[in-house]
Design a protein around this ligand. Sequence first.
Ligand code: SF4
Length: 364
Amino acid sequence: MLMSLNPWGESQIDDYDRVCKEFGIEEIDEEITGKMKDNRFFRRRIIFGHRDFGNILKAVDAGKPWAVMSGIKPSGAFHLGTFTTASEIVELQKMGGKAYYCIADIESWQDNGIPYEESASTAIDNLADILAVGLDPERAYIWRQSQEPTVKSTPYFVSKGVTNNMLRAIYGEHQFGLYLSALVQVADILLPQLREYPMPTVVPVGIDQDPHIRLTRDLTRKYYQKKHGFFLPGATYHRLLEGLDGSDKMSKRNPNSYFTFEENEKTIKRKLQNALTGGRDTLQEQRDKGGRPAMCMIHKLLTYHFLQDDKKLMEIYEECKAGNLLCGECKKFAIDTVLSYVRDHGTRKKKLLPTARKILDLDE
Ligand code: SF4
């Protein structure tokens, strides 16, 4: 099967080991897993690969500064897909990283045709969501691409080292504006070092965003590493969460494949009830053969986000496989757990909307 990574569209990934080999991504070894055992994305093997994460661990050990950079495209309500990177930046900030969080409104215009004035209100909403997930704004730098001078000027500087062939090789064929927004993302990723000083930076991403990381590293090598002592920005890569309904990926074109945190409880409940499980055709068959939690979206949701208790998670896995736990009971537990989280998130978010407005300088 052909493997392709497209940050703006469909990516095809059949084998994560092959992705690592093909794109030069390092695997997560025992040492990293041991040091990162407090982080569920590493502990639960959701993060499967990295580039230069060793530099972050060295900085942590030496008590030196390091940064974690991520962002969101303000093109719609906060949803399950964006929840993963949001949670990852929060976890890494807690570990001591300086958080840099970008509102990618230039990309939102290029990719989705949303004018800045429109994406501004979505940006407030999205930022309140990530604050509700736990980002500490006192230890974070947050910007809108369209309003950040360094982010807007850097693409002119680095584009001297970029050719059409290079962009096509990394991204495939796209409209020019998307290439331009890729150069803006290079600036976003370099912003911790451009704004402050050279320091290791990690960007937690889904594997489909790797082209941005490769382009940024190429251009850092060319213009910033030798001359300015910059670190090549590193990354961690998580497995992409498939669609709730069993489709290959969560997609706006298929509303049953995901839910947003703005949807009402009834809709979220319905989507979870209809989610793909690893259950068998009949109750008797499930009791006899056991379920298949590894292919179950309910179990994946609990693993990625909604169940913090490892012991309980393992118990569900084992009891399912043994045929002692049936999908009805298991789904009820998952639905209660997810809805309780979403409800609490909504309460926290409401209180944080004024803070988000203030940070983005979009006070009404
Ligand atoms: S029992 Fe739970 S984990 Fe097992 S297949 Fe059913 S829903 Fe999934």
